[in-house]
Write a protein that binds this ligand. Structure first.
Ligand SMILES: [Zn+2]
Length: 189
């Protein structure tokens, strides 16, 4: 179910924000209705309180989000924002996984498995239902390095083309990204 929308003035520009809710969960949809693009740019973003609120430089979640918002303010498109910390396992488990990584020097996959979780237990059913609710059409330009996201949208009947935002990473974030590539099969930019 879609809520009515509000307009937010942000550092990136004006954004239209809507709430979407279904049985599987909720998300925010940020968009720029003033620029119509076909197929539209879409980013499905999972929240990361450490980088987005606390300024952590251990991952590039905040940077990815900012770049995607900048892009939709200029060129149109959608960012679907999901409150799902720790790949949907919650804040406590996110902290536990990072603690295991720091203590044992292991990658995120090993840390998640050590805690009894799948390496990436996220599903994209809420995002898919939200995209259907806003009537986005079949084709999307999806901003991701995550093959699971592409597969999930593909399975739901979307025609997915992958787009990158050419994000430069410093040494620390590049190491985090290289690890995700190695252990979760993430794709290169
Ligand atoms: Zn992060």
């Amino acid at each position: 179910m879609l809520s009515s929308s509000i307009e937010l003035t942000t550092e990136h520009g004006a954004l239209l924000v809507q709430h979407f809710w279904c049985q599987d969960g909720e998300c925010l949809i940020a968009s720029n209705p003033k620029v119509e693009t076909s197929p539209p740019f879409v980013r499905i973003h999972s929240s990361c309180v450490f980088s987005e609120s606390l300024g952590s430089m251990d991952c590039d979640c905040s940077l990815q989000l900012s770049r995607a918002l900048e892009k939709i303010c200029k060129e149109g498109g959608y960012v679907l924002y999901r409150f799902e910390e720790g790949r949907g396992t919650g804040l406590k488990n996110k902290i536990e996984a990072i603690r295991v990584q720091q203590r044992d020097g292991v990658d995120t996959r090993t840390a998640f498995e050590a805690l009894g979780f799948q390496p990436d237990p996220r599903t994209y059913s809420v995002a898919i239902k939200a995209l259907e609710a806003i009537g986005i059409g079949q084709e999307v330009l999806l901003n991701t390095n995550n093959p699971n996201k592409i597969a999930a949208l593909d399975k739901a009947g979307f025609v997915v083309k992958r787009v990158n935002l050419g994000i430069e990473r410093d040494r620390r974030v590049q190491a985090y990204f290289d690890q995700k590539k190695a252990c979760l099969g993430h794709m290169d930019d």
